[in-house]
Write a protein that binds this ligand. Structure first.
Ligand code: PRP
Ligand code: ZN
Ligand code: MG
Length: 226
């Protein structure tokens, strides 16, 4: 059997949109940490809850592998991960333990400003740049549209100008990025927000009790903010 681990490990984004609010949320639960020198691992002082600072895209995998117990991550990242597992014939490993109501965004198809939009069939045979290929492919299959998915890990919005793609499928929050790149949103694939992700299976070695305590405090903190 794997070695036991009796401290809860929570993965959060190291830098980016969800990094600050995730830390603030955990701090509002009364958590304090002693930071390691490289700040990728923060040892919890007030509760046996340690933080792991990682790339958001790595969070679902870390939980699925049991390296971390919980994570603060966008639903978009969770959905993309789950579709990867299903494609490999694996069962979904993660679920949303809580919805946090911030980090709200949409995964949208966006086309050139000056193009008319008639519907998904317009995408047939075209190249669509995205960082969420499985979510996009799932949606295309659902719409019965055959298009070419171009996977990029970032800067998706400049792909049309670079001639890498004709259309993009990217996250939209304020819409500023699309507008700055002469693109307009035409279809929504997914409504996203920050969530607490965790396994379907119960936690072991006393970590379930720590997680319960943390989530009770979190529910209190979230209620106070309403
Ligand atoms: C997302 C998305 C867009 C931007 C949209 O990127 O990829 O670039 O936000 O936000 P807006 O509608 O408010 O302009 P993000 O900054 O989260 O990180 P990234 O570098 O991983 O794309
Ligand atoms: Zn990311
Ligand atoms: Mg971006």
């Amino acid at each position: 059997p794997a070695t036991t681990r009796d401290r809860l490990r929570v993965a959060i984004q190291k830098s980016g949109r969800l990094a600050e609010p995730a830390r603030d949320l955990l701090a509002s639960c009364g958590l304090t940490w002693r930071e390691s020198r490289d700040k990728l691992f923060c040892y919890g002082e007030s509760l046996p809850v340690d933080l792991l600072l990682v790339r958001d895209d790595d969070i679902p995998g870390l939980i699925a592998d049991g390296v971390c117990d919980l994570g603060v991550v966008g639903r978009n990242v969770l959905v993309e991960h789950d579709l990867g597992r299903t494609a490999n014939g694996q069962a979904a490993a993660l679920k949303e333990w809580r919805q946090l109501g911030w980090g709200v965004c949409r995964l949208d198809i966006a086309i050139n400003d000056d193009e008319q939009w008639t519907g998904p069939e317009q995408l047939a045979g075209r190249r669509i740049a995205t960082s969420f290929p499985r979510t996009l492919e799932d949606w295309l299959t659902d719409k019965g549209v055959d298009a070419q998915v171009v996977t990029l890990s970032g800067s998706v919005e400049i792909a049309p100008r670079l001639g890498q793609a004709d259309v993009v499928c990217d996250l939209v929050s304020t819409g500023g990025t699309l507008a700055a790149n002469a693109l307009k949103p035409v279809e929504t694939l997914l409504h996203s927000e920050a969530v607490i992700a965790g396994p379907f299976a119960p936690l072991e070695d006393g970590r379930e009790e720590i997680a319960d305590l943390l989530l009770r405090r979190m529910d209190g903190a979230l209620r106070l903010k309403e």
